[in-house]
Ligand binder design. Structure first.
Ligand SMILES: NC(=O)c1ccc[n+]([C@@H]2O[C@H](COP(=O)([O-])OP(=O)(O)OC[C@H]3O[C@@H](n4cnc5c(N)ncnc54)[C@H](O)[C@@H]3O)[C@@H](O)[C@H]2O)c1
Length: 310
């Protein structure tokens, strides 16, 4: 298949590109490199350095003529969305719409959209953790709202223009190539600081929990969505809550890091607990998380250790 990966120069998108290439698909990337890096795009993959909001996007579609669009480009930073909600919506909603319009025009057969389960459900009712897809949608940030908003237009394009889609709603993704300035990159930040022998600060008490899903498992979901899950929006998570303190302790053990952490201010607007139930992804996509947390942390630590030259 000819697959256009938007945001393919970024953290998760670049792993999706690798997985599609390994399966023999023809892959191109559209990315304006605002947070992504050319170095993440393998040789032989065409990179269109284009903003998804730009009129030039039409030329990308008429040139590459994709069968499938895998949409990972986004303004993906929560505090940045609070500071500038208009920019956030312009990329995540209008940029997404521009992609849908072009996809319908060239007859794309499947549109795969990376949404955010971590940001769209807001603070869950603890009795409902791990959350299923029918949990109330009540985002706390403009980012959560803009990621969720595009899901409505996917339905419109499917019903009115016959553009088939699947939505993968990620939990907290971690793994090699994550940017340490990215939102939610707690594992990348801890690993980098431990590898450099620097002090580590935990925001808040460390008892807040998240659902950490390995980036390779997310790439597997994008592979499964090529064939399955038409019209479905599924959680891509482990269903398991892990506290930030547990992440610190596991990484410290892997890294042989003996300094105790310090504890800072809790971050405003952060949810206290969350985990996503992946049962629907199992039924719709045949997808389940495969990477055990300890192994994923070890692989992630090795990557960041190499980055800091430790
Ligand atoms: N990292 C997570 O834990 C997580 C969780 C839920 C959802 N997601 C979603 O997954 C996707 C990828 O996130 P990531 O963590 O890899 O972030 P990332 O910042 O590494 O990747 C985003 C990519 O999009 C590109 N981009 C941004 N604005 C663009 C524009 N206007 N035009 C073209 N390209 C543009 C960036 O240069 C970057 O390469 C995003 O859609 C994000 O909302 C991520």
């Amino acid at each position: 298949m000819r697959i256009l990966v938007t945001g393919g120069a970024g953290f998760i998108g670049s792993h999706v590109v690798d997985r599609y290439l390994a399966l023999g698909h023809e892959v191109a990337v559209v990315d304006n490199l605002v947070t992504g890096s050319r170095a993440n795009v393998p040789a032989g993959v065409k990179l269109y350095t284009v903003d998804i909001r730009d009129a030039a996007l039409e030329g990308v579609f008429t040139d590459f003529r994709p069968n499938v669009v895998n949409h990972h480009a986004a303004q993906a930073n929560v505090p940045a969305s609070v500071a500038d909600p208009v920019y956030d919506a312009s990329v995540n909603v209008l940029g997404g719409l521009n992609l849908l319009k072009q996809s319908a025009q060239v007859g794309v057969s499947k549109f795969i959209y990376a949404s955010s389960g971590g940001a769209m459900y807001g603070e869950p009712d603890p009795a409902c953790i791990p959350l299923a897809e029918d949990a109330p949608v009540r985002p706390l940030s403009p980012y959560g709202a803009s990621k969720q908003a595009l899901e409505a237009w996917l339905g419109v394009y499917q019903r009115t223009f016959g553009l088939e889609y699947s939505v993968v709603r990620y939990a907290n993704v971690y793994g090699p190539r994550q940017g340490i300035r990215e939102e939610g990159a707690v594992i990348a930040v801890f690993a980098t600081r431990m590898a450099a022998g620097q002090p580590v600060t935990i925001d808040g008490t460390g008892q807040q929990s998240r659902d950490f899903v390995y980036v390779g498992d997310c790439a597997d979901a994008s592979v499964a969505a090529l064939q399955r899950g038409a019209g479905a929006a599924v959680n891509i998570g482990t269903g398991i809550e892990t506290t930030i303190q547990e992440i610190f302790d596991l990484l410290a053990e892997i890294a042989g890091y003996s300094r105790p952490p310090s504890y800072g201010q809790a971050r405003q607007g952060d949810v206290q607990r969350i985990a996503l139930n992946p049962s629907l992804a199992s039924r719709e996509l045949g997808w389940s998380p495969r990477m055990a947390l300890r192994q994923g942390l070890a692989e992630t630590y090795s990557y960041f250790q190499e980055q800091v030259g430790g």
